[in-house]
Ligand binder design. Structure first.
Ligand code: DOR
Ligand code: ZN
Length: 352
């Protein structure tokens, strides 16, 4: 039985850092495990311009602990009024790695998102020309569409048309939750990929709704039925370069989750690698973990793979019930559970 696994240092291709004290509290967790992260722009107010993104990047860098090498990769929050020239400039200057499409009101801080996807077609055309990646929160928001069907509906109404209209645009279908999404991405061209979160590999909707409402298992898109979870596990572990790691770690304070209108989001940053690795171990796919965690993402984003390595060993990791975050309590994913892997030490030197 494999006891130790050394892989290229991974990256997190979908992450929420927030801002201020919360950001300063969560950055060290991610920087300990990952070399880079695609940082989501859904702050309040959102990160909609090159200038806002550059300033936010500086604040994140100031929160990286001494001695740790970590690079935040910034995204532009698309709105009905996005200026394609500013986006292109930000891309050219290396400030923006991607732009994020939130359908208006789909999730946390998305009120300023895009009200009608077709309205931003001129921006998507420019992104295709400039080689800027489009990250998509793929859910329709119409009241008459069941929350469990919103991802599949988004594919039919918006994602398929986008990929037809802009065949060269690189699109990341973020945090996919359904077999419909797996099938769509698998059947699309090499310019269409997806991120998969640890929570959607571990839990189905029962974890959110059985035995009382479980707010700490609530995120968006919500976990679906078991058949979908199984399809996601196959996609993540099959070795396809179209699927890669994106935690969607989304910190909300315990009191904001355990409330009459609890926030969507799961904070998984402290033990993200151990959580994913447990899945690959259960699927007998340890040899495919490096591809998913460290190789497929850089290839898609056309960035170099990381030189350093990280090592994980088979050992118990007890995930605390709660963590302190800026003097408040936050409940991490897997709270109170024991994971069978543990990251050892800091990132190591490059392999020969
Ligand atoms: O669960 C989620 N939380 N899904 C999202 O799309 C946003 C995120 C957040 O920002 O809290
Ligand atoms: Zn997210």
């Amino acid at each position: 039985m494999t006891q130790k696994l050394t892989i290229r240092r991974p990256d997190d291709w979908h992450l929420h850092f927030r801002d201020g004290d919360i950001m300063r509290g969560v950055v060290p967790y991610t920087a300990r495990q990952f070399a880079r992260a695609i940082v989501m722009p859904n702050l309040s107010p959102p990160v909609t311009t090159t200038a806002l993104a550059a300033a936010y990047r500086d604040r994140i860098l100031a929160a990286v602990p001494e001695g740790i090498d970590f690079t935040p990769l910034m995204t532009c929050y698309l709105t009905d009024g996005t200026d394609p020239d500013d986006l292109a400039r930000g891309g050219g200057e290396g400030v923006f790695t991607a732009a994020k499409l939130y359908p208006a009101n789909a999730t946390t801080n998305s009120a300023h998102g895009v009200s009608d996807v077709e309205r931003i077609y001129p921006v998507l055309e420019r992104m295709e020309a400039e080689g800027i990646v489009l990250c998509v929160h793929g859910e329709v928001t119409d009241d008459d569409i069941d929350v469990f069907d919103r991802e599949a509906e988004f594919i039919a109404r918006h994602l398929r048309p986008i990929t037809r209209a802009f065949p060269q645009l690189r699109v990341v279908f973020e945090h996919i939750t359904t077999s419909d999404a797996v099938d769509f991405v698998t059947g699309a061209g090499a310019n269409v990929a997806a991120t998969i979160t640890p929570q959607h590999l571990h839990i189905n909707r029962n974890a959110m709704l059985v035995g009382g409402i479980q707010p700490h298992n609530y995120c968006l898109p919500v976990a679906k039925r078991e058949t979908h979870r199984l399809a996601l596990r196959v996609a993540a572990t099959c070795g396809s370069p179209k699927f890669f790691l994106g935690t969607d770690s989304a910190p909300h304070l315990r009191r904001d989750k355990e409330s009459a209108c609890g926030c969507a989001g799961i904070f998984n940053a402290p033990n993200a690698l151990e959580s994913y690795l447990a899945v690959f171990d259960q699927e007998d796919a340890l040899d495919r973990f490096e591809g998913f965690a460290s190789l497929h993402g850089p290839a898609f984003y056309r960035l170099p793979v990381n030189d350093e390595t990280v090592t994980l060993e088979r050992a118990d990791t007890l995930v605390p019930d709660t963590l302190d975050l800026a003097g408040e309590e936050i409940v991490p994913f897997h709270a109170g559970q024991t994971l069978g892997w543990r990251m050892v030490g800091q990132a190591g030197a490059a392999r020969a």
